[in-house]
Ligand binder design. Structure first.
Ligand code: 13P
Length: 244
C-alpha cells in the first residue's frame, strides 16, 4: 500500500506563511500520498495554490450541520477539501468533543464526499492501567457507528497515543504495530478481513525524520499524521524522501 503522510499544522501559520510553505512543498518529489491540513483561514488560498497538484488538502475539524445558526462553526460544504481530521485528542480534551459528536461528524464528512481521518488513542493513565485497547476499541465502535460497510474504503484511521503527542516521546514501533493490528482486527469484524487489509491506519505522535523509517517498517502502519515536524519544510521534506 502507498504510504500516506499527513501534516497537521494545528493552530500554526498565517495564510501568508502557509502559502510560502506550500509553494515550496510542491517542488518536493514524493512517492507517498501527501495531505496538508492548515488552519481554516488558509484553506482557500492553499487550495488555489495546489490546483491540480497531487498534494491533497485537509481541514483539522468541521461541524456536522450543513448550515444554520451555529456562530463560529464551519460546515462540511464550506471547506472545499478532500480530507478532514476528526476527533483529534486536542479537540476531545480542550473542546470536550465526545465520541457521539465525532460520529456525527464522520457521517457528515462522508455524506459530503470528504474523507475523514478519524483519530483515536489512549492517555498515559489508561495505558498504564492496561486499558489502551479497551479505550481505542470503544472510540472506534462509537465514532464509526452506523457507517455503511461500503463507506469504509473512504475512511482513514489515525492512532495517536495522547502521551506521544508533542512530547517527543514516541510509541515504540512495536507498541504502535500492536495497536494498529488491533484496530485492523476491530474493523475487520465490521467489513471483513479482506476489506480491512485496505484500510489505511496512520500513526501519529512525535513522528520525526529520525524515527519515521522504523515506524514505517511495521506491517500495519500505512502512514503518519505529523504535527510539530510538519511545520518546517526541511524536516517535512526529509520525511517524504525517507519513505520514497
Ligand atoms: P506531534 O507530531 O507534534 O507529536 O503531533 C502529533 C499530532 O497530534 C498530529 O495530529
Amino acid at each position: 500500500m502507498k504510504k500516506m503522510i499527513v501534516g497537521n499544522w494545528k493552530m500554526n501559520k498565517t495564510t501568508a506563511e502557509a502559502m510560502v510553505f506550500v509553494k515550496r512543498l510542491k517542488k518536493v518529489k514524493s512517492k507517498a500520498d501527501i495531505v496538508m491540513c492548515p488552519a481554516f483561514t488558509a484553506l482557500y488560498a492553499v487550495s488555489k495554490l495546489l490546483g491540480k497538484s497531487k498534494i491533497k488538502l485537509g481541514a483539522q475539524n468541521m461541524f456536522y450541520e450543513e448550515k444554520g445558526p451555529y456562530t463560529g462553526e464551519v460546515s462540511p460544504k464550506m471547506l472545499g477539501v478532500d480530507y478532514v481530521i476528526l476527533g483529534h485528542s486536542e479537540r476531545r480534551e480542550y473542546f470536550n468533543e465526545t465520541n457521539e459528536e465525532i460520529n456525527k461528524k464522520v457521517k457528515a464528512a462522508l455524506k459530503n464526499k470528504i474523507k475523514p481521518i478519524l483519530c483515536v488513542g489512549e492517555s498515559l493513565k489508561q495505558r498504564k492501567a492496561k486499558k489502551a485497547k479497551q479505550v481505542v476499541g470503544n472510540q472506534l465502535k462509537k465514532c464509526l457507528k452506523e457507517v455503511k460497510k461500503n463507506e469504509f474504503s473512504r475512511i482513514i484511521i489515525a492512532y495517536e497515543p495522547i502521551w506521544a503527542i508533542g512530547t517527543g516521546k514516541t510509541a515504540t514501533a512495536e507498541q504502535a504495530q500492536e495497536m494498529h493490528s488491533f484496530i485492523r482486527s476491530v474493523v475487520s469484524k465490521i467489513i471483513g478481513v479482506k476489506s480491512s487489509k485496505k484500510l489505511k491506519i496512520l500513526y501519529g505522535g512525535s513522528v520525526n525524520p529520525k524515527n519515521i523509517k522504523s515506524i514505517f517498517e511495521m506491517k500495519d502502519i500505512d502512514g503518519a499524521l505529523i504535527g510539530g515536524a510538519s511545520l518546517k519544510l526541511t524536516s517535512f521534506a526529509r520525511m517524504i524522501h525517507l519513505c520514497s
